[in-house]
Design a protein around this ligand. Structure first.
Ligand code: DX5
Ligand code: ZN
Length: 218
């Protein structure tokens, strides 16, 4: 099993002080920062844009920007997010566009490429692109909003992706996102997840250092 990674989601941070929140994440010794981009179309909400990533870089963040594009046309924005400082770009399988070409464009820019699935999307929809990514993001809530309850009916999907990973000797991370706290992360970990996005549970934690240490020990 890959060592666990905690990726705090800046969506749950203070949007008037995002650079300070990113610095606080780095200050705990964490390496990843999850950035949620929404277009008001693929999901019924808006968040921030590439200029936000660029500003975080300008303010000195050297975290690994785990960029989650909840966009109907993610392929149109790959260049912009690459220029803005993304390290990984994860795109959704649901909208109709050339997924393989978009993942290829991400990789050609020297970035890591991930694919995400909504709760209603069967694991099998991943199969055509499984060899093109090094991260599968299994959404454990319907994307669009932080603070929702974890869906434990996603656990079999995590286990299925883990089975394919082992059967096909694929080197990929399995990330979960939505309603993740220490308890739900442990459930996901037991099914093979190794990368944990935490928005509300991280930013509302009374002792973030203790929380980060507990995630490290998952
Ligand atoms: C949901 C986003 C998540 C969100 C998670 O659409 O993809 O990354 O920030 O928030 P919590 O951890 O509060 O469920
Ligand atoms: Zn996300």
């Amino acid at each position: 099993m890959k060592p666990p990674i905690l990726a705090p989601s800046l969506l749950a941070g203070d949007h008037g002080a995002l650079a300070a929140d990113a610095a606080a994440v780095a200050g705990l010794g964490l390496k990843w920062l999850h950035l949620d981009l929404m277009d008001g179309h693929f999901v019924p909400n808006l968040s921030f844009g590439p200029q936000t990533l660029a500003a975080l870089r300008r303010h000195g963040s050297r975290l690994f920007f785990d960029t989650h594009l909840m966009l109907s046309e993610p392929h149109r924005y790959v260049d912009a997010f690459a220029k803005a400082g993304a390290d990984r770009i994860t795109i959704h399988i649901e909208p109709a566009y050339d997924h393989a070409a978009a993942l290829g464009a991400i990789a050609a820019l020297g970035l890591k490429a991930g694919i995400a699935l909504n709760p209603g999307t069967p694991a099998e929809s991943l199969l055509p692109v499984l060899g093109l990514v090094d991260l599968v993001l299994v959404m454990t809530v319907q994307p669009g909003f932080g603070g929702q309850a974890f869906r434990d009916d996603m656990l079999p999907k995590i286990a299925q992706v883990d089975r394919w990973r082992r059967e096909r000797s694929l080197d990929l991370r399995i990330e979960v996102d939505g309603g993740i706290d220490l308890a739900t992360a442990a459930l996901c970990r037991s099914r093979g997840a190794d990368t944990f996005v935490a928005g509300t549970s991280f930013f509302a934690a009374p002792d973030r250092a203790a929380l980060a240490a507990s995630f490290r020990a998952l």
